[in-house]
Design a protein. Structure first.
Ligand code: FES
Length: 293
């Protein structure tokens, strides 16, 4: 519907509602005016009835007065009926055009907080974080994306919560999932590219089965974090410029201080912290972690 028609529907609705209110006011005024007139006529008739005993001609005036009251009552009923029908018609018109106008109003976009709250559903996992107990999905799953879109909505404002939930589910943003998002929402590939590259939390490449956060804060750097990192890269065959080994067993995540500098150098495997590392000790810890079921 065009903007002009929307405005016309709103105008008709408002005018009809105003006229309907006018009808209600007219009915009320007519009712009270008639009541006053009838009371006055009754008073006059009662006064004439007192005179009728001494003057027979008064009977004719009483009869005329009663006839006038009767005609006034009939006229009031006729006016009331017409006003009631008019009121009904105007009310219906106001409601119908009001509904037309309301149906064309844009649905308010859900707030980012609400969208993020929706994405924190237990089935989806915590937005922006990986739950240690929740295994990552391995195959891009269109049904999962469709479920997310149904839950969060197809508007452009849902881009960040959608990407967060997808990343949480797969550990990264698979191309197939992003393509499905573009097919089923108003989100464009350009918007996805911009959002996913702007926020450091989003990954475009698969993540390993274990994410190892190697601290490169000052204390750990001085204590030999680079040597730990180099050894782990060499041991797992992680190529320069990449952070995950070809078998997707381990992803090395270089992080800033994790808050236990006295144990430097430090790495975290999931929620476990390992400190005072040597390159060999770090390698052995990860080897043991990988053989655990
Ligand atoms: S610098 Fe590594 S834990 Fe603080």
């Amino acid at each position: 519907m065009t903007e002009k028609r929307k405005r016309a529907a709103l105008a008709v609705s408002l005018v009809a509602a105003a006229l309907a209110l006018g009808c209600v006011a007219a009915l009320l005024v007519d009712h009270f005016v008639t009541l006053g007139a009838e009371a006055a006529a009754t008073t006059r008739i009662e006064a004439l009835e007192l005179e009728v005993g001494t003057d027979a001609s008064v009977a004719t005036r009483i009869e005329a007065e009663r006839e006038r009251v009767t005609q006034a009552s009939l006229a009031r009923q006729a006016r009331g009926g017409r006003l009631a029908w008019l009121l009904l018609g105007l009310s219906s018109l106001a409601v119908a055009t009001g509904k037309v106008w309301a149906s064309t109003r844009p649905t308010p976009s859900p707030s980012l907080e609400r969208l993020q709250a929706a994405a924190v559903e237990p089935t989806l996992g915590l937005v922006g974080e990986r739950r240690p107990s929740a295994p990552l999905a391995t195959e891009p799953d269109a049904e999962f994306v469709d479920c997310l879109v149904r839950r969060l909505g197809p508007s452009r404002e849902t881009a960040i919560p959608l990407l967060q939930a997808i990343q949480n589910h797969f550990g990264y943003l698979p191309d197939e999932a992003l393509q499905r998002v573009c097919e089923t929402t108003e989100i464009t590939p350009a918007q996805i590219a911009g959002t996913s590259s702007f926020y450091a939390q989003f990954r475009r490449s698969p993540v390993g089965r274990h994410v190892v956060r190697v601290c490169h804060g000052t204390a750990c750097h001085v204590a030999g974090a680079t040597r730990v990192d180099d050894e782990l890269r060499r041991h797992f065959g992680i190529r320069p410029g990449e952070d995950t080994d070809p078998d997707r067993r381990v992803t090395l995540d270089a992080v800033a201080c994790v808050g236990c500098c006295s144990l430097a150098p430090v790495m975290m495997v999931g929620d476990e912290t390992a400190g005072r590392l040597t390159p060999a000790a770090a390698r052995n810890i990860l080897d043991e972690t990988l053989v655990e079921p």
